[in-house]
Design a protein around this ligand. Sequence first.
Ligand SMILES: [Zn+2]
Length: 470
Amino acid sequence: MFDTTIGLEVHVQLNTESKIFCSCSTEFESPPNCNICPVCSGQPGVLPVFNKKALSLGLRAALSLNCKINESIYFERKNYFYPDLPKDYQISQYKSPLGHEGSIQINKNKKIGIERVHLEEDAGKLIHKDKYSLVDFNRTGIPLLEIVSHPELTSPDEAFDYLYSLKLILQYMGVSTCNMEKGYLRCDANISLKEKGADSFGTKVELKNMNSFKGVKAGLEYEVKRQAAQLKDKKIIVQETRLWDSDKLKTVVMRSKEEAHDYRYFPEPDLPDFIISKKMIDQEKESLGELPKAKRERFINQYQFNEKESCLLVENKQLADFFEKVLNFYKQPKKIYKLLFGPFLEQVNLLKGGFDSVKISAKDFAKVVKYFSENKINNLGVKKIISLTIDSNNDVDKVIKKEGLIQLSDEKGIEKIAEEILVNNSKAVQEYKQGKAQAIQFLVGQIMKETRGRANPQLARNILERRLKK
Ligand SMILES: [Zn+2]
């Protein structure tokens, strides 16, 4: 019936310690208006100074997105009035973006073109109260990178894949943390529908306020349905900006575009042109490191992971890095993988700071995997050790000794305990003999309890089964 066309505009906050044109901190949790100075609060007579790190990170991003780099760039003033913009203009790039004509591979068969990648400063933040509004300028002048795709995405699913791939690349390159909860990655979308196979695009609607990848997908899915229904009824699609309401699960009109904005762009007179030399580009290229796609392929070839396993590992850069460090101490990739995606991540998810709070060393974790593989500690022991060492500097061997976690694999010892358990739990024994197979699980549990979780559960089970058959 209809073809869907989607283009995405993504803003990411660059990973710098100071703002793009002044030395104010980019710290997220500072009290309002503490990270400001005459430059970023728009006082007269001040001069912006371009942050070298922002340029370097922007260049890294543009290169890893296969962009052509402009040899010379300059900034322009984008003029408009808004209470969160103290200068009444935003310093941005218009005619000479840092990079252009790039691409991003979103799955095996599809590449999406990137129109432009440019640097700009963020605006402030308005906080609306009942009868008044407050403004916080901590965010004015935070360095942003805007990444604009060509309108080549043909479904909400593809839009999701695009964002996923883009985020991973930016995280791997150290360009941005892309933390959406903190607003370090924000996404706007343009979406239009046209009759299948038609040459010209339909009227596009801009979609804002989607603060998670799921939100982007849901917002776009809603728009596809809404616009298709309009078109079926021969109604006109109005060119407008809509907001995604994640509570009501629908899009609502924010403003209709009666006229195109005229920002009166002109070159920023307080900043010179910047030459992007071949040397700079080469240096940045050399330090790019491995991109996620290459890492996924390497993990499949080098460690015999399947595609799903490799994707899961690479999805989290910190986890992928940790995995390879552990490998240096114990060369059993599958065994490491199994514990990482079990008890390890379970504990990481409980930590307030997530992976950033992990303290267990790769060497110590390798020991845990080794002891588990050699049957020296059981599942429960692994859980306990990891919970006691994940965010502390506790030595794994000491914890095992202190907690008495070495697995009991002494057959005679367990046999003796099993004998007592069978005598004291005649009801379960009877149930088992009457055919209730799961009663044995209860008896294994009793042995584990008796040994404070140290018994080898498989061995306990075998002994019980043998005795119950008698
Ligand atoms: Zn400042």
